[in-house]
Design a protein around this ligand. Structure first.
Ligand code: BEZ
Ligand code: FE
Length: 329
């Protein structure tokens, strides 16, 4: 082999008491400061986890085998590790850290595994559902900034399940996108579309994550929701969803995506709405504002919160590209 091995600190007098510090010392040679910091914290937490739980050898092996099975069931169209992260509350935590929201803006939620890139771009007002069993729903929405100004030209991805609680991609005989579309907000920040009343549905639970939920005494259901992604240059991407108040699973979402700020109430269309939007009077209606933040607003808030968190940790860190790294200079 070509180059000489790196000079590492020598491991001497290894004990259970110093194995954490020794492992961290060996890793401290990592030339990438961000990876060095991540591994330093990972080793600390994983070792503490073993010490605090007095992890048995059997449990250690069960855990490793669980991870192997999680990998084995994963494929191009199934990412069981993301599902694991979702059910551990980690996905929502990471989203919250990366996309902090000022109080007057729309909060984020989970992307989930069922967003696709083949949704048709439809004219404002179009119907995105092909499901004759679904109860028609008219959604009249606006996109605004945190000062209340309309944001035109936003690309909005919208998707939901059919009335049986399945996304189009879950049907083996899928012959194209359904219950999904892309729209662009108009000059007044408005967009409206027709879909169907969302229903609750179970997350994929035939794999190791589903088995773990069962062992934990947890269910695998998500409350009824509609998914959205808002994208425009200069603005923080908003991945979110709206959850239906009163759903059986409103307060026990298996993946922790539902929250009060994103919980909506339907109303019904009056005669004026029915006429203006070519929609049956008395039909199900949702009227919703979405408030976006600029990239600059989000970056500043994220940095402020990171500085606060670093201070609480009491570690010698600085921010590089909005991420903490050891401050060695
Ligand atoms: C979803 O809402 O589509 C979803 C989110 C997380 C896991 C499974 C499904
Ligand atoms: Fe969903």
């Amino acid at each position: 082999m070509g180059s000489a091995p790196p000079q590492l600190p020598s491991i001497e007098g290894l004990t259970l008491e110093n194995i954490t510090e020794t492992t961290k010392l060996i890793n401290s040679q990592c030339p990438n400061p961000r990876l060095r910091y991540i591994m330093e914290r990972l080793v600390q937490h994983v070792h503490d986890f073993a010490r605090e739980t007095r992890l048995s050898s059997e449990e250690w092996m069960i855990g490793l085998n669980f991870l192997v099975q999680t990998g084995q069931i994963s494929s191009d169209v199934r990412h069981e590790f993301i599902l694991l992260s979702d059910t551990l509350g980690l996905s929502m935590l990471v989203d919250g850290i990366n996309h902090p929201k000022p109080p007057n803006s729309t909060e984020g939620s989970l992307l989930g595994p069922f967003h696709t890139h083949d949704a048709p771009t439809l004219d404002i007002g179009a119907n995105m559902s092909n499901d004759p069993q679904g109860e028609p729903l008219l959604c009249i929405c606006t996109v605004k900034d945190t000062k209340g100004n309309p944001v035109p030209g936003v690309k909005i991805d919208i998707w939901e399940t059919d009335s049986s609680g399945h996304y189009d991609v879950q049907h083996a005989d899928r012959d194209g996108p359904s219950e999904r579309c892309v729209m662009i907000s108009d000059e007044k920040g408005r967009f409206w579309f027709k879909g169907i009343r969302p229903v609750s549905y179970p997350i994929p639970h035939d794999g190791p994550v589903g088995k773990l939920l069962e062992k934990m005494g947890r269910h695998c259901w998500r409350p009824a929701h509609l998914h959205f992604i808002f994208q425009k240059d200069g603005w923080d991407n908003l991945v979110t969803a709206l959850y239906v108040r009163g759903d059986k699973y409103e307060k026990s979402d298996a993946v922790f995506g539902a929250k009060e700020a994103l919980t909506i109430d339907f109303t019904t269309a009056d005669a004026a709405i029915a006429k203006e939007y070519d929609y049956p009077e008395g039909g199900l209606l949702l009227v919703q504002d979405f408030i976006l933040t600029t990239q600059a607003q989000t970056d500043k808030l994220r940095d402020d919160l990171a500085v606060k968190a670093i201070k609480q940790l009491g570690l010698n860190l600085k921010l590089v590209d909005h991420l903490p790294v050891p401050d060695v200079d």
